[in-house]
Design a binder for this molecule. Structure first.
Ligand code: MD3
Ligand code: FE
Length: 202
């Protein structure tokens, strides 16, 4: 059962939607995904290496290099991305109530000092589809802004097991992760934060 969500600028936050045992099981599933599709550090379109390491599962993976931000049907090693783990799909179906499954589950890994600058998610064909995100491991300071760059922002600490659902106008708000509290959770043996982001791409 899902808790009642909090509402932050239209973003629905399900605190501790995953119990510790579910979080641990999910980490094992993600380990299997990463064995098939290793984490890599992409370059932004400005040629700067991202501090977040990433990989994906599903029909598409999110990718970036000097040619720009996009979705790719294959890992940079040439292999198709592994399937999205069933517990992630279950969570998508429970939070969105949709009959359409996501095309991409992006796996972001934040080691010590990693961050993600304020941005919008606009590489998908139809912004009417929601985005779902799952936080695992160390706490991350998530910042949410506005539909345009600038203006007041709000920050919240995302903890392991928290799930966000971005629907309606909140889908296009600027957002980012300013920092993580490295070592604040014992879920991941080597520390750090994992964030899963599920999206319908085409
Ligand atoms: C709010 N990831 O991969 S997930 C990303 O914690 C990304 O790794 C962050 O932003 C992370 O693109 C935040 C939560 C999230 C995802 C999409 C959003 C929040 C959002 C879209 C609109 C507003
Ligand atoms: Fe994003």
């Amino acid at each position: 059962m899902l808790p009642e969500p909090l509402d932050i600028r239209g973003v629905k936050l399900f605190k501790e939607a995953l119990a510790p045992a579910q979080q641990a099981a999910l980490v094992e599933d993600l380990r299997a995904v990463q064995a098939q599709a290793p984490l890599f550090s992409p370059e932004t379109r400005f040629g700067k290496k991202m501090s977040v390491r990433m990989t994906s599962a599903g029909k598409y993976g999110w990718y970036t290099d000097r040619r720009g931000y996009r979705y790719e049907p294959r890992h940079p090693d040439g292999q198709p991305w592994p399937p999205i783990p069933e517990p992630v799909l279950d969570l998508w179906r429970a939070t969105t109530g949709l009959g359409r499954d996501p095309d991409c589950c992006l796996i972001n890994y934040y080691g010590e000092g990693a961050r993600m600058g304020l941005h919008q998610d606009r590489d998908e064909a139809d912004f009417n589809w929601p985005v779902m995100s799952v936080s695992l491991g160390d706490e991350g300071l998530f910042r949410i802004g506005n539909a345009e760059r600038g203006g007041k922002t709000e920050s919240i600490w995302l903890k392991s097991g928290d799930v966000l659902l971005l629907t309606g106008p909140s889908r296009l708000l600027f957002h980012g992760v300013d920092r993580i509290r490295f070592g604040s959770s014992s879920l991941l043996a080597r520390g750090g934060r994992i964030n899963l982001t599920c999206r319908v791409v085409d």
